[in-house]
Design a protein around this ligand. Structure first.
Ligand code: SAM
Length: 272
């Protein structure tokens, strides 16, 4: 697969987004000899948009997120037209009106998702017990961005399979010829305190164990496997038989004063 291409800026702001990782560690994502690229936790698709593999399977437990990619893939013009409408109407009242709405058409739902992501507090995604998005309005007012190129994104998604659901179903489909990049929520042992809560359900420590077991099975079937995770003793212990590299990053979702703080994460290769 050709990897010398211009990176596309992700169009969503997403907790744990990995754009920064590709700037310094692109070599770890060598897709030579790979037939299909697989991301079970795709989020803002920062890695996919940087690598732009021709064949891919992208999955996330967040159904609205996957539906947004599907809408851009099949009808990016309608999504863009609706975003233009949101931009013209944007105000405090309008934000809460859109937040409280529950449209049924796919393009309308996608435009709502992108609008809320761009104008809500800190680009957070948080839902209540009923699965309703409940983040208040933030300080950003730009609904359309200079970096937006939904036509290009639609083209890049044209040969991509998009699925929504739990990671295990996806990882269990993988084997020889697949490259899996797994970037789960960063739960660590004894720390299931509700902060790492992307969806209605918390990603628990037993999910971390379930993920590792599924990735080992996929590696045994011949898949190449790369994992991002927290630089924490419990994760190092969980992946004790794999190759763990420590990577540095600037904290991104932290407050302004903490923005330049350096933290570390793990980049784990299984079975290589
Ligand atoms: C760290 S984020 C991925 C960020 C992504 N690499 C990026 O660059 O934006 C983790 C993702 O896992 C998803 N997720 C949480 N639990 C999941 C599960 N059981 N199966 C699949 N995806 C899940 C969340 O919705 C979130 O998008």
């Amino acid at each position: 697969m050709n990897t010398s291409i211009t990176s596309i800026t992700p169009f969503l702001k997403w907790a744990g987004g990995k754009r920064w990782l590709l700037r310094s560690h692109k070599m770890a994502f060598d897709l030579n000899g790979i037939e299909r690229y697989v991301e079970p936790f795709v989020g803002s698709a920062a890695v996919f948009f940087s690598l732009q593999p021709k064949r891919a399977l992208l999955n996330d437990a967040n159904a609205e997120l996957i539906e947004t990619y599907k809408a851009i893939k099949s009808d990016w013009k309608s999504v863009l037209d609706l975003l233009r409408k949101h931009q013209r109407s944007h105000s405090d009242d309008y934000y809460y009106q859109v937040r409280d709405s529950a449209p049924t058409a796919q393009a309308t739902r996608a435009a709502r998702f992108i609008y809320l992501n761009r104008t809500c507090f800190n680009g957070l995604y948080r839902v209540n017990r009923r699965g309703e998005f409940n983040v208040p309005r933030g300080t950003k007012n730009s609904v359309l961005l200079d970096s937006d190129d939904f036509e290009l994104i639609s083209r890049k998604l044209s040969k991509v399979t998009l699925q929504s659901g739990d990671f295990e179903r996806v990882v269990d489909q993988c084997g020889s010829g697949d490259f899996i990049y797994a970037d789960p929520p960063y739960t660590v042992k004894h720390n299931n305190n509700g902060f790492i809560k992307y969806n209605e359900k918390l990603f628990s420590w037993s999910d971390q164990e379930r993920l590792k077991d599924a990735l080992i099975r996929a590696s045994d079937r011949g898949a190449r496997v790369l994992v991002s995770n927290a630089d924490h003793p419990s994760i190092q212990e969980l992946y004790a038989d794999a190759t763990c590299a420590i990577v540095k990053r600037h904290s991104v979702m932290a407050s302004e004063s903490e923005r330049r703080k350096l933290t570390t994460e793990l980049l784990i290769s299984i079975g290589r």
